[in-house]
Design a binder for this molecule. Structure first.
Ligand SMILES: [Zn+2]
Length: 211
């Protein structure tokens, strides 16, 4: 007897799981149409990609979302006491967010979609499709910072200014970009020193070998 889902013919839980998820169980109801590849193409720290994915997947843990999952918490916005703290409110309606977008000089880019769309996932997909990636990378990192300030207010009673929100986003994105540039330069240097390492891709970490 052989197990066709593995090359070596032996059963593995991993391949069994994959067959269940992809072939046996009908998971069409879980699929949501949208420009998902746009999220993973953004060159931002992974926690920012993850945040955008959560917003688009409609599982961003705002108070309204938590209440819909049976968690007993207030529904008011942590920052401005608006009665309905959902992702649309936090990102595009709350005064903190609007002030931040104005200060970042991108409100005109975002607000063009707000008159046509009323939910955060659709707005995000439109932004991802229509804005250049460097602009979008900055915007989503600022979103992360807006969410961060909301959590700081909730858990540590700290109120950050718009300037601090933007500075935090800038610091995160620039730090991450610098670290990634350094890493790819290091592997280029290694490739030029070691002739047999020239096959290394840019950004790949060279394998350790015995000195
Ligand atoms: Zn608010």
């Amino acid at each position: 007897m052989i197990w066709k889902a593995e090359k070596n013919g032996r059963y593995s839980v991993k391949s069994g799981y994959r067959i269940c998820v992809e072939e046996v169980i009908n998971n069409d109801h879980l699929r949501k149409p949208g420009f998902w590849s746009g999220i993973w193409k953004l060159k931002v720290p992974p926690k920012v990609n993850n945040l955008v994915w959560r917003i688009c997947r409609d599982c961003f843990p705002t108070r309204v979302k938590l209440r819909s999952r049976g968690i007993n918490c207030p529904s008011e916005c942590v920052t401005c006491a608006d009665p309905h703290e959902d992702s649309y409110h936090i990102l595009f309606h709350c005064q903190t967010a609007v002030d931040t977008w104005h200060a970042a000089n991108v409100w005109h880019l975002i607000s063009q979609f707000l008159s046509q769309l009323d939910n955060a996932p659709d707005i995000m997909f439109n932004l991802l499709q229509k804005l250049p990636s460097d602009q979008m990378e900055r915007i989503v990192t600022i979103m992360w910072s807006i969410w961060k300030v909301r959590n700081l207010k909730l858990w540590q009673q700290v109120s950050d200014s718009t300037v601090t929100i933007l500075e935090r986003a800038k610091h995160l994105l620039e730090g991450w970009r610098t670290a990634n540039r350094k890493q790819s330069r290091t592997s280029e240097e290694v490739a030029s020193v070691l002739p047999n390492a020239s096959h290394l891709n840019e950004g790949a970490i060279p394998k350790w070998s015995k000195p």
